[in-house]
Design a protein around this ligand. Sequence first.
Ligand SMILES: NC(=O)c1ccc[n+]([C@@H]2O[C@H](COP(=O)([O-])OP(=O)(O)OC[C@H]3O[C@@H](n4cnc5c(N)ncnc54)[C@H](OP(=O)(O)O)[C@@H]3O)[C@@H](O)[C@H]2O)c1
Length: 320
Amino acid sequence: MKAAIYTNYGSPEVIQIINTEKPTPKPNEVLVKIKTSSVTRADTMMRQGVPKYGRLFLGLFKPKNTALGTGFSGVVESIGSQVTKFNIGDEVFGEKLFSNGCNAEFLCVSEDLVIEIKPNNISHLEAAPICDGFLTSYNFLKDIADLKQGQHILINGASGSLGSAAVQLAKVMGAKVTAVCSTRNIDFVKSIGADEVIDYTKTSMANIQEKYNVIYDSVGTLSYKDSKKLISSNGVFMTPVLSGQILYRMLFNSKKVKFAATGIKKTEELKRLFLELVDLFKQGKLYTNIDKSYKLSDIADAHHYLETGRKVGNVVIINS
Ligand SMILES: NC(=O)c1ccc[n+]([C@@H]2O[C@H](COP(=O)([O-])OP(=O)(O)OC[C@H]3O[C@@H](n4cnc5c(N)ncnc54)[C@H](OP(=O)(O)O)[C@@H]3O)[C@@H](O)[C@H]2O)c1
């Protein structure tokens, strides 16, 4: 089978497409013939080996795990002897977390990990990226912020993968949403439910007077110094992007400033959130925006596009 790997840190050119042996499922695993897989900002960071402290886990001088791709959607081709939840032919989707390997033609996944039957009302294209933006943002909005009906949330980076998921999730949770994006994405963020929009190319956060129960800086571009006057007295500022300023603020004000790496959450907790998301997708309450799709052989182009920082929603690899 074909698989995308990287054996050194660096630019997208370090990615190679190799021919490798098709994996055989262990007793508790299913073998999935992958139809689509996600390409995410986290994938590009692992490929680059940044931030550098991440190499303590990823491999000091070169990646320990050379496989690429965390999110997948496909069809179960065979099952291990102890598998009880899935059958051959089931359409499934999920994520492989840090063990990766989804940017390939086949993948073995334990039935106990983050994998579920794909709802019929969403395509493989829409399913593969769900564990990036939706699962991450649901963790922030539900488990970290405990966002409540009627609360007001400001979502920065509302046109990205995490941001566009957060806008929709916040609306489902009954919150009022103010989305921050650039001029070209105003119509998009309104179309997915934003109640109010701030165009960051025209309005500085320093000039906003409103107070928010939750500020979710999904792309990590806000200055905490400028934003803190916008947080209500019991409010919270949270971001999935760890920076020096956030680390420093968390040390002194951990109740108000929050960061989390969703991928290292306990599997059973991720599965709980994932199952709730699957249900919301089944009800047609959520929508995955696909910006671009690429063939597996063109995955380096997909990584280049992600690195522009301009994608709107998600980028997906389609296996032919
Ligand atoms: N901690 C975790 O568990 C976790 C999990 C997954 C991802 N992440 C991280 O989360 C971050 C976001 O990922 P993502 O995939 O959602 O990003 P993304 O999709 O690549 O974000 C791109 C979007 O951000 C907008 N944008 C760029 N600069 C902006 C600014 N200054 N203000 C507001 N919007 C801006 C862009 O639109 P315009 O250019 O038109 O503004 C574009 O639509 C990444 O750093 C990723 O590594 C963390």
